[in-house]
Ligand binder design. Structure first.
Ligand code: C2E
Ligand code: CA
Ligand code: CA
Length: 538
């Protein structure tokens, strides 16, 4: 039996509902997903209407808010929770801290803190068993008022939780100004899946919270997959249907008896000295630049040998991770893939940047593994700069550049150049090697420089024919040479005019065979035919 109440029915019925105890809290446990132990619970208002059935907050709280009745309701729920805790304590039932919701309109009631303190003392409940949940929307009364109320609650010893967190950067921005002890992150917006944009927001919020030293409770967790994902981000506290729906008082009392409890980690003090605050501000120039104009960049924290990625822009994932999502990148330990030597280089550069206060640069090789492409190595040039610090923790801005291609080219060029150096040193001689099996041609440095060739020319000689380095009327002859060499001819020589200028070169090919006598490679060289010789021939 459930009927949605009309506004008038809510307003008219409210006072008798309180006096007749039709309004009461349900309790929903909060569990440490790693240990399975209960760390707390939230009190959620219900209206068991004798005629219309059990009413959920969404049915009647907006109306109470509109008619200025929410304050009385909240105070009443707080009292119910104290009464419950008192009974448990008297009956020697082990209790956990209970979180009570404070409406955003309660912020205007200056008597709120005094009122709950009066009730708490009346029931003689240690303050450690009560927590107050406020939402970001309480900022309707202005940030200063919100900061003041939080300060007063904390001065009385209440743990203050920021409810419904996770709506993006603006939230991060609010957070760093507010001295809250815990963050409640509603993962409902994930719609079941942990991939994609939502996942990225989640992971950056969790990382950010970690950096601030603020514990996170994930709310609305319905599946083990979601809980495991949150755990992988370092967020173990879970509230949601996965463990339990909100349940009536007597059921919750049984649950308190049956489950093992543990305290949440003592909340750390929020780090105020965030010089880099502007980076979390969605409207700041820094953020604009970070997301749009700079190349691949990341923010990470460094503390005594530990690094943690806090934020990466899109270009970073492209540059660093090839086919990984930003979420996978954030979840990644930035040390992962760096072997001992490369980590040493990287850490030394961090320390240099800390000491100098300037930008410092290093190049490190990283091993990557991806599901589709297997193992790979990439070379990253990082420019590091410290942009904020708090205690021993440093916030570091990194601009990164994937210079793998550059490096690999250089290495290939270097190798082939060594091989052909002798030939290349002779004036006007170009040299290269051609591998039959792969149809790859590796030119010497001079070929690359003078003809603009890459380190490896694939499907040789077609790209040179296409780009008219080898003229079309010589193409078939030239292809035929390569075929003959592949079939086992040891030497081929002849004249080939090169480029559209048709500059005549004398080509020489020598074949190299493997131990079974199978042709392996052909070494080619091209020597400029001096003009007078050319004239003589004519
Ligand atoms: P909230 O503070 O964000 O409370 C969490 C809501 O999520 C609760 O809804 C809870 O039942 C629901 N929930 C918990 N786990 C799951 C889950 O796994 N999946 C889904 N889909 N939902 C889950 P509820 O009890 O209907 O409360 C709704 C809202 O009403 C609360 O949101 C809170 O803003 C407000 N509210 C509840 N009790 C009070 C109160 O005593 N005072 C005030 N001012 N507001 C209250
Ligand atoms: Ca809440
Ligand atoms: Ca919530």
């Amino acid at each position: 039996m459930h009927k949605k109440m009309l506004s008038q029915e809510v307003v008219d019925g409210f006072h008798s509902a309180i006096s007749e105890q039709q309004i009461y809290p349900y309790y929903q446990p909060q569990i440490n997903h790693s240990t399975g132990r209960m760390v707390g619970a939230e009190a959620l208002m219900r209206w068991g209407h004798p005629e219309f059935g059990l009413q959920l907050p969404s049915d009647f709280i907006p109306i109470l808010e509109d008619y200025d009745l929410i304050y009385s309701a909240d105070i009443y729920i707080f009292e119910c929770v104290c009464r419950f805790l008192r009974k448990c304590l008297d009956d020697c039932i082990p209790v956990v801290p209970i979180s009570v919701n404070m409406s955003r309109y309660d912020i205007f009631r200056h008597e709120y803190v005094d009122e709950i303190e009066k009730i708490r003392k009346q029931y003689d409940i240690p303050v450690k068993f009560l927590r107050i949940e406020i939402t970001e929307s309480s900022a309707i009364g202005g940030m200063e008022l919100m900061i003041e109320v939080i300060g007063r609650l904390k001065a009385c010893g209440y743990v203050v939780e920021m409810d419904d967190f996770g709506s993006g950067y603006s939230s991060l921005n609010v957070l760093k100004n507010l001295d809250v002890d815990m963050i409640k992150l509603d993962i409902g917006f994930l719609d079941g899946g942990v991939g994609g944009r939502g996942g990225i927001i989640l992971s950056s919020v969790v990382q950010m919270a970690k950096w601030l030293g603020t514990p996170v409770i994930a709310e609305g967790v319905e599946t083990a997959e979601q809980a495991d994902y949150m755990k992988s981000l370092g967020c173990n506290y879970i509230q949601g249907f996965l463990y339990s729906k909100p349940i009536p008082e007597d059921e919750f009392r049984k649950m308190l008896l049956q489950t093992v409890h543990e305290p949440t980690v003592p909340p750390l003090t929020l780090i105020n000295a965030m010089n880099a605050g502007r980076f979390w501000n969605p409207d700041s120039m820094e953020t604009l630049i970070f997301s749009n104009f700079v190349g691949a960049a990341a923010l990470f924290s460094y503390e005594e040998g530990k690094v943690e990625l806090l934020r990466v822009n899109e270009k970073y994932t492209q540059e660093m991770a090839m086919n990984m999502s930003a979420q996978e990148v954030i979840g990644l330990n930035p040390r992962e893939g760096l072997n001992e030597d490369n980590w040493k280089i990287f850490e030394a550069t961090i320390k240099k940047a800390i000491a100098s206060g300037d930008e410092e640069s290093c190049e490190t090789w990283r091993d990557l593994y991806s599901k589709c492409c297997g193992d790979d190595r990439i070379c990253i040039r990082s420019n590091l700069r410290v942009i904020g610090f708090a205690g021993k923790q440093y916030l570091i801005y990194a601009m990164v550049q994937n210079i793998t291609a550059e490096k690999k080219n250089f290495r290939d060029v270097y190798d082939s150049d060594q091989r052909f150096r002798h030939a290349s040193e002779q004036i006007n001689v170009y040299a290269w090697e051609y591998t039959f099996a792969t149809k790859e041609m590796r030119p010497c440095f001079r070929c690359m420089r003078d003809l603009g060739l890459p380190a490896i020319v694939r499907n040789y000689p077609e790209p040179l024919i296409e780009s008219r380095i080898i003229p079309e009327d010589f193409a078939d002859m030239y292809r035929n040479w390569l075929r003959r060499l592949e079939e086992g001819e040891e030497h081929i020589e002849g004249v080939v005019p090169l480029t559209i200028g048709r500059i005549p070169f004398y080509f020489r090919y020598t074949t190299e065979f493997d131990e079974n006598g199978k042709p392996l490679k052909a070494y080619g060289s091209a020597t400029l035919i001096p003009e007078e010789e050319e004239a003589q021939k004519k």
